[in-house]
Design a protein around this ligand. Structure first.
Ligand code: CA
Length: 231
């Protein structure tokens, strides 16, 4: 699945170059030149990661990051601070405000992309593009393909995202509302029973291969994915 990166940077040259590199890499990119822009994007399309310039007009990226990290709706979005060379104290401040990492400008595109991937893998494995496997099941986010042994499993886009979430969050029980947040996003208002519909479809797609038992119902709690399929 493609991760969406919000780039908050007031210098057009830096913002455009960064956005270009990220799009080339395959990320979806949202651009914000100031705090207001950033807030609009956050309200409409919550990103999977934020690149936050330290110095913004009217506010500082540090302040904005601190605020996002205190807000329940945004606190889980990882932030990488962009700081100018030599601002050693700022790096520390960047991390004190809750940012996950910082990158010093001017940065190499390759280094930036590498840092982003490390953080996405650590914090949001379900938006990373790494192939994940469970027993005979293989899911490849790059080709959008799920296979069992060598047979391709036909899945709808929501079932694909649901399975990707499960494969990267195994053996734990997730409530319907937690699944909605993780698979559909926190800004989508749909009913919890929608989750059941897609769970049913996912099981149905896995059933011919005897893998439907990996998606388990935990009574009164939600669902769990386990490689140890139960009957
Ligand atoms: Ca700036």
């Amino acid at each position: 699945m493609t991760a969406t990166i919000l780039v908050v940077e007031d210098e057009p040259a830096v913002r455009e170059m960064t956005a270009f590199v990220l799009r080339q890499t395959g990320f979806e990119v949202l651009e914000a030149e100031d705090e207001g822009d950033a807030r609009n994007h956050l309200a409409n399309t919550p990103p999977d990661l934020i690149l936050m310039d330290w110095m913004l007009p009217g506010t500082s990226g540090v302040e904005l990051t601190r605020e996002l990290k205190q807000n329940k709706l945004t606190q889980d979005i990882p932030v990488i601070m962009l700081t100018a060379r030599g601002e050693e104290d700022d790096k520390v401040r960047g991390l004190e405000c809750g940012a996950e990492d910082y990158v010093t400008k001017p940065f190499s595109p390759r280094e930036l992309v590498a840092r982003i991937k490390v953080i996405l893998r650590r914090i949001s494995p379900h938006v990373s593009d790494e192939v994940v496997m469970a027993g005979p099941l293989t899911l490849d986010p790059m080709t959008y393909r799920v296979s069992i042994e060598d047979t391709v499993v036909d899945l709808g886009p929501t079932e694909f995202r649901l399975l990707h979430f499960f494969l990267t969050h195994r053996d734990k029980v997730y409530s319907r509302s937690r699944l909605l947040d993780g698979v559909w996003g926190t800004n989508v208002f749909i009913e919890e029973r929608t989750v059941d519909v897609h769970i049913r479809r996912l099981r149905k797609a896995l059933q011919p291969y005897g893998a439907d038992g990996m998606v388990q119902t935990v009574r009164g709690a939600g669902y769990r994915f386990s490689e140890q399929a139960t009957a």
